[in-house]
Design a protein around this ligand. Structure first.
Ligand SMILES: [Zn+2]
Length: 282
């Protein structure tokens, strides 16, 4: 791919990679994730293969970098991004700095626990009741299936008997038709999201929380429920100054963020002058 792109673009300065998994940031090693890359020194392998500087980060962090790039300075300096897809990713930019923790494994916002005795989380997470266990596409599919089993004759039950499964997209599509069972599943989703958002506001005091990822396209079905829920759980002083909105950086946010990360780090390593304020967050 890099060779094919190099032809029309000319010289490629660096490669930025967004990885759906936990990254030991300083070492460029994939620790865990949904792809079978655990323990792989991905940056070193690609750097040798491509003979280019390579930068990689977790997809939630990359999405946060992309979102911050589109915002005014105050919002971009105190920003939390949640990406609701098959799983839940996230990134937090605090005082203009992307929060990564000791080795890059921190700020895993999708594993914030919102229900101590909730359902088991997905993937390699040993926890239960995490945001990802309740507010992800995988959670929506599970809850849609449970609703179908509880309500024979419902539209969700019809999908389950016809196809043998219920997907997150089925729950969203059927909720949009006005179906009460599917709408109840979406409301629960919004409620748990609101519980999580309340904690994120209490911890980080962001100016903006942006909700991205594929499921953000169904935001009309859950976002107002989430905002109502967090309103009753968050002190007014913190609640009133935070905006909750859908992310603006689009479905390719993490890819865009990876390229921004690479270009900023490349410039910071060279003697080229840095654009004012543009490099603080990486
Ligand atoms: Zn978890």
């Amino acid at each position: 791919m890099v060779a094919a792109l190099a032809k029309p673009i000319g010289a490629i300065g660096a490669v930025g990679l967004s990885v759906a998994g936990e990254i030991a940031y300083e070492d460029g090693v994939v620790m865990t994730g949904n792809l079978p890359l655990s323990g792989l020194p991905l940056r070193a392998i690609l750097k040798n293969r491509l003979e280019l500087p390579v930068f990689l980060d977790n997809d939630g962090n990359c999405a946060a970098i992309a979102e911050a790039h589109r915002l005014t300075s105050d919002m971009s300096r105190h920003l939390v991004v949640l990406t609701l897809g098959t799983g839940v990713g996230g990134g937090a930019i605090i005082n203009g700095q992307l929060l990564r923790g000791h080795s890059g494994l921190g700020a895993e916002l999708g594993h914030l626990v919102v229900w101590a005795d909730g359902p088991d989380c997905f993937g390699v997470c040993p926890n239960r009741g995490c945001l990802e266990a309740l507010c992800s596409g995988a959670a929506l599919a599970r809850d849609g299936r449970m609703s179908a089993l509880r309500a024979p004759g419902s539209a969700l039950a019809e999908v389950l008997s016809r196809t043998g499964r219920v997907g997150a997209e089925d729950v969203v599509d059927i909720a949009r038709t006005g179906d009460l069972h599917a709408q109840a599943v979406m409301r629960d989703f919004g409620r748990w999201l609101g519980v999580g958002l309340s904690s994120l506001i209490n911890i980080f005091e962001p100016v903006l929380i942006a909700i991205g990822g594929g499921l953000s396209q169904a935001g009309d079905l859950f976002l107002s429920v989430a905002v109502d829920e967090l309103a009753s759980r968050t002190a007014p002083a913190r609640r009133e100054q935070v905006k909750i909105q859908l992310a603006r950086s689009g479905p390719h946010a993490s890819v865009v963020g990876a390229s921004l990360l690479a270009s900023r780090l490349l410039r910071s390593q060279s003697s080229a002058p840095l654009a004012a304020g543009a490099d603080a967050m990486v």
